[in-house]
Design a protein around this ligand. Structure first.
Ligand code: UDP
Ligand code: MG
Length: 327
């Protein structure tokens, strides 16, 4: 009976069990030394006035930075007990860094935010307020984006629409990982052990009541993007393969279509050879069909390979990341 009356009692009794806080903020860090100071100031400037009764914590995940980020994070952690951090043994990627933060978050609510101040910390109170209105996920949708190349904006826009159209869950368009989620959603995420993480897709898959607020995405405050086109392409493939079988089906369908065409061409060839006797030694058509068939086959094999490589990564069951130091 007592357990039901005092759900927090066990935490008060055992000092080894950390006390839950109201809000955890998860911040992945890859070469952000110039942004860390301003980010910390702005986060405190926004979170302190919220006067959360249970307090908040900031969890920095150093994803193998090779600048001074780790030293700065250590300093912050030494002088502020609300700051916790994880230092990875190498660069594991943004999605894995966020996952490590979620694994450690003690908050009733958890915010995910980029370190480069492209996601304004000032939006956090509004996101958190919406969560308290009874939602489990409140994501921030980009009304506009500044200071990013046309190519980046275009690929991001195309990708989010492509993904929305080929998956059977509704992944919101123009949305990154900037959001506030509830304890329940974190618990559900921690039950999803897949190796290729696409967190915004997983959160859509989980369901519950979700809503969004709009914001204008600022320019990166300082430094350069850690998302190379290669990493973006990987993330896109992870998102598609984890949430859609449409490419596999498209490979099958294109196989049927091409075989159908080949069959018609074969009929025509037989007709020309034996009935109308109107044929010429035609290497052009031969070349075209060989190249075309070869192309279609390679694409199909490649698509299958993308799925198989993820299957094998999951079969290996390696840990998602290796921690070198944490507080
Ligand atoms: N990041 C990371 N690991 C990486 C690349 C990026 O932890 O391999 C972090 C980065 O420090 C930032 C967030 O992920 O906090 C978003 O990255 P970035 O701003 O470089 O991406 P963009 O906004 O250009 O898409
Ligand atoms: Mg950025």
């Amino acid at each position: 009976m007592g357990v039901y009356l005092y759900p927090r009692l066990p935490f008060l009794l055992s000092p080894s069990r950390p006390r839950p806080v109201d809000l955890s903020v998860v911040i992945p860090i890859y070469n952000e030394e110039a942004n860390l100071g301003p980010l910390y100031e702005r986060l405190c400037g926004v979170l302190d006035p919220m006067a959360l009764p249970g307090g908040y914590e900031l969890i920095f995940i150093n994803d193998g930075s090779h600048d001074g980020s780790l030293a700065l994070i250590r300093q912050l952690a030494a002088r502020d007990e609300r700051v916790r951090f994880v230092d990875f043994s190498r660069n594991f990627g943004h999605q894995i860094a966020v996952t490590a933060g979620l694994d450690r978050a003690r908050g009733e609510a958890v915010a995910i935010i980029d370190a480069d101040l492209q996601d304004p910390p000032e939006l956090l109170p509004a996101l958190h307020q919406k969560l308290r209105e009874g939602y489990e996920v409140v994501y921030a949708r980009r009304r506009s984006r500044q200071g990013e190349s046309v190519a980046k904006k275009l690929t991001a826009k195309l990708f989010s629409r492509l993904l929305a159209s080929i998956t059977n869950i509704s992944i919101p368009v123009d949305t990154g990982d900037f959001r506030v989620i509830s304890r329940k959603v974190v618990a559900a995420l921690r039950q999803m052990p897949e190796q290729s993480k696409f967190i915004r897709g997983q959160i859509s898959w989980i369901g519950y009541r979700q809503t969004y607020l709009e914001y204008d995405r600022a320019e990166r405050a300082s430094g350069t993007t850690g998302y190379t086109y290669r990493k973006m392409f990987r993330l896109a493939l992870d998102g598609i393969t984890a949430f859609s079988d449409v490419p596999l089906k498209a490979a099958t369908v294109s196989g049927f279509v091409v075989s159908g065409i080949a069959f018609l061409v074969m009929l025509y060839t037989l007709y020309a050879r034996f009935i109308s006797h109107d044929y010429q030694p035609g290497w052009a058509s031969l070349m075209i069909s060989i190249l075309f068939l070869g192309g279609v086959q390679l694409i199909a094999v490649g698509i299958i390979g993308e799925y198989i490589s993820r299957l094998s990564a999951n079969a290996r069951q390696r840990p998602l990341y290796i921690v070198s130091e944490e507080k």
